[in-house]
Design a protein around this ligand. Structure first.
Ligand code: KMH
Ligand code: ZN
Length: 277
């Protein structure tokens, strides 16, 4: 087993700054969070940005500025979310790629998302995947349900390997409407991931209460970790998360206990097929 890839997803599109004051929403807050998380052991940052009123946005200028600032200030692999918020139109989600991130997320299907629907049509998935191939952007395939791994297999069979040649999936577990955040569900996914091209890897994140079981199960199964305030706002019963760094530090601790210490950003680039800077 290799070391552990730790991705931090510091912001997301779902929580309001007014409800979660520790959420990084400005560029300065995002950059300082990213730097601190890198120092602790994160190697990838999964980025959603906010506008001046702290609302989720896919504004192209802001996305570009964010990519440049994160690249200048950190060695992290910069992964933009192409998922955005459930209300974002497909054209804006595709245009995220114009900000030239090193990686971008690419969700493998439609899922009920609480009271909303996170829409990902097959044709849109193909557009995202092929544009990323053309632009040399390495995808992280977001998986909210078991069948989306079969969609990933179909995508690769019909449209070829991603930029960099390596397949990496992220299991987003415990979304109300998606697969449960349990060890059993993670093991079921891991069995299907074995049918993907040799050497394919996965990380996992459990929303809310499923954070810890998913983290422990992923480490036990050779998977990697995504943590952050996009997914987790409660550290322990009755204790709100204080910062993204608190979540990264906990993940680093578990990874070390599992004798799978965090990968450096350079090692993460080798694993994921992301070019070195
Ligand atoms: N905010 C969700 C609707 C992604 O970043 O690609 C989508 C999401 C997945 O978080
Ligand atoms: Zn996201």
């Amino acid at each position: 087993m290799t070391g552990t890839l730790i991705t931090v997803a510091p912001t997301g599109a779902e929580s309001r700054k007014a409800d979660v004051p520790a959420l990084p929403v400005t560029l300065d807050e995002l950059v300082s969070t990213a730097k601190e998380c890198e120092a602790l052991g994160a190697s990838v940052v999964h980025v959603h940005i906010r506008d001046a009123a702290a609302r989720p946005t896919l504004d192209r200028g802001r996305l570009r500025e964010t990519v440049v600032a994160l690249r200048e200030s950190t060695g992290l692999i910069v992964q933009l979310s192409s998922g955005g918020a459930v209300t974002d139109p497909e054209a804006d989600r595709l245009a995220v790629l114009d900000a030239a991130p090193e990686m971008a997320s690419c969700t493998m299907g439609t899922v009920n998302f609480g009271d909303d629907v996170f829409l990902n049509r097959w044709e849109f998935i193909v557009d995202l995947h092929t544009r990323m191939q053309e632009c040399g952007i390495v995808p992280e395939y977001e998986i909210f349900d078991l069948g989306q791994l079969t969609t990933l297999r179909r995508l690769l069979d019909k449209h070829g390997l991603p930029a960099g040649g390596h397949v990496h999936a992220d299991l987003v577990m415990g979304v109300p409407g998606g697969m449960p955040g349990t060890a059993a569900a993670l093991v079921a996914c891991e069995q299907v991931i074995r049918d993907l091209p040799a050497g394919s890897t996965f990380s996992a994140t459990g929303i809310g209460r499923s954070t810890l079981p998913v983290m422990l199960a992923s480490l036990a199964c050779g998977g990697h970790l995504r943590v952050g305030m996009e997914d987790t706002l409660t550290y322990a019963k009755g204790r709100p998360v204080e910062s993204n760094m608190q979540l990264v530090a906990r993940a680093v601790g578990f990874a070390q206990l599992a004798q799978r210490p965090p990968l450096t950003p350079a090692q993460a680039r080798d694993l994921l097929g992301v070019p070195h800077r």
